[in-house]
Ligand binder design. Sequence first.
Ligand code: AMP
Ligand code: GLY
Length: 428
Amino acid sequence: MNVLVLGSGGREHALSWKIAQSSMCEKIFIAPGNSGTKLVGENVDINVTDFEAIKKFVIEKSIEMVVVGPEDPLVLGIYDFFQQDKDLKEACLIGPSKEGAKLEGSKEFSKQFMEKHSIPTAKYQSFTKTNLEHGYAFLETLSPPYVLKADGLAAGKGVLILDDLNEAKKELKLMLTQSKFGAASDKVVIEEFLDGIELSVFVLTDGKDYKVLPSAKDYKRIGEGDKGLNTGGMGAISPVPFADKFFLEKVEDRIIKPTIEGLKSQEIEYKGFIFIGLMNVKGDPFVIEYNVRMGDPETEVVIPRIKSDLLNLFKGIADGTFGEKDFYVDQDFAATVMLVSGGYPEAYQKGKVISGLDNVENGMVFHAGTKDDGDQIVTNGGRVLALTSFGRDIEDATSKAFANAEKIESEGKNYRKDIGLDLLKQEA
Ligand code: AMP
Ligand code: GLY
């Protein structure tokens, strides 16, 4: 079958790399893609939120499977757009309905969903500018640090964690009355701080059955030792050693099952990935957030560990046989190290020539922000390349990925040399 993947990052390169390995894949297109996705399929110059252009292309190329990488088209309702158009009924779209995408698009919706289905999460209340004073009063009932979340999508920047009560009140006011995060902060969720270690678990579902994908931990800060500004993610490890069988059983019983049951009982159509951000609080899992897509760079470690044919799983979602499909995962560890542009996540330059890609050994290169410039590949974003390697343990996997990071040259390149280091102690 012909497949279209929407997106242009390392996540989409990893997804299309995996799909292209399926014997069922005739042709794969990536819109808009990058220099790496060109190696596994054909890039198409279409914006991921231009639904009419996507429709035209799907019909023209007889696409049967559309896999949505980023959240924006999902939150804007691309699933419903496909469902409602009779010319698109031959195509299956992997992603939730617009209602399902609210699990990521609205923090308040996701908190209400968790409350309704008794899914463990931090205690919370939400506020608008009309009840700012109540927000102050709620803050006073909490102990620091204070967690403030813009309700809507804010490009990963809408969460503030503050130690000081007065600062928390000031920021709440800025969010609600001065549109600190634009319309996304017209409503703010204030929640209890969860003290623990973070990890993520991923689920693929057709809305009835589910497969639990490998766990992963990402490294969000720019600096080593988790210091400095937040980024999209500087690296990832899978599996997470402390997410052992007992912990994952708790996640499945307390979180995954009630989430799928909740979707069913609220009649929310959901055919896609659920990314569950978790906090391990003294051995008990709590949900920090839902995302309605795969993570980036988590995809670059999770997807390579899946042994099963991903396109066959998607086909099962399309034809109602998903629950019967086998699902296998490689037991080895995977690590990915993200090479980023000098200056990122603040201002950085694009167009720097990348060399040494052919020298990579014992690993894979997933392109994130790259593009072709004549015969050369140049940087085209903050996060440039994800270097993934397998190993018998975390040290083995990360040492191969770090070695590859050294082999690639690009002016100003930067990467974190401590990916996975915090987990080594737990692994022993
Ligand atoms: P979110 O966008 O909801 O994932 O939040 C961004 C980051 O803020 C998370 O990855 C956590 O590191 C942190 N965070 C969010 N909510 C909480 C919470 N209730 N307690 C502690 N940390 C949190
Ligand atoms: N790595 C975090 C995310 O994709 O949201």
